[in-house]
Design a protein around this ligand. Structure first.
Ligand SMILES: [Zn+2]
Length: 202
């Protein structure tokens, strides 16, 4: 049964499958699938191609362990290309690169989570040298005041045309905002929940 309405005759039995990271949206690789490869992929939730060079079914990661766990599988408007959103276990390319296009599979906004972890650590394990720890030591009023100051500074830079200075203030504000959330004991995810909730109500 061809559940996906793919016209395999039109494509000589093989459809290209674009593999995209379900979290970062980076294109990881491209492979080809026949009906059996699609069936196995859907059944095992591990991306399985038909390898034209090996001339057999090939589960990505079968030797390296770097499987691609399927999050979703869709077919394009012409029913002849597959898009699979997946979560990769490790580097996708045999060269060791994150993707087959030699890209780093990371959006820089992911650094926010890393930064939050560092801020949390400075709160829980303060050191004398840490500016972040010194903010926590001064208490909530001081932390909140810093956010206010940085907000004023970004307003001032917004009126000017100096990208470097504006970026510096934008970074200062974001950092102090994260420190304030941590000082209050709240998670950024909770702020996201409020935003997601508002968005859904529209
Ligand atoms: Zn590759």
């Amino acid at each position: 049964m061809n559940k996906l309405n793919i016209d395999f005759e039109k494509v000589d039995g093989l459809v290209p499958a674009i593999i995209q990271d379900a979290d970062t949206n980076k294109v990881l690789m491209l492979g080809y699938m026949n009906q059996e490869a699609i069936d196995i992929t859907l059944e095992t939730k591990k991306v399985t191609f038909f390898s034209r060079t090996k001339n057999r079914l090939w589960t990505k990661g079968e030797t390296s362990g770097n499987f691609l766990h399927v999050a979703s599988l869709t077919v394009d408007c012409d029913n002849d290309t597959i898009l699979i959103k997946a979560k990769p276990v490790g580097p996708v390319c045999h060269t060791g690169d994150d993707t087959c296009f030699a890209e780093e599979n990371k959006s820089k906004t992911f650094f926010i989570d890393e930064l939050r972890a560092i801020i949390k650590d400075r709160k829980n394990n303060p050191t004398d040298k840490s500016y972040t720890a010194s903010l926590f030591a001064k208490g909530i009023n001081k932390v909140a005041q810093k956010v206010g100051e940085e907000a004023v500074e970004i307003v001032i830079e917004a009126k000017d045309d100096n990208k470097e200075l504006f970026m510096g203030e934008a970074a200062d504000l974001l950092y102090h905002y994260l420190v304030l959330l941590e000082a209050k004991g709240y998670e950024l995810d909770e702020v996201m929940e409020v935003l997601i909730d508002r968005h859904q109500k529209k």
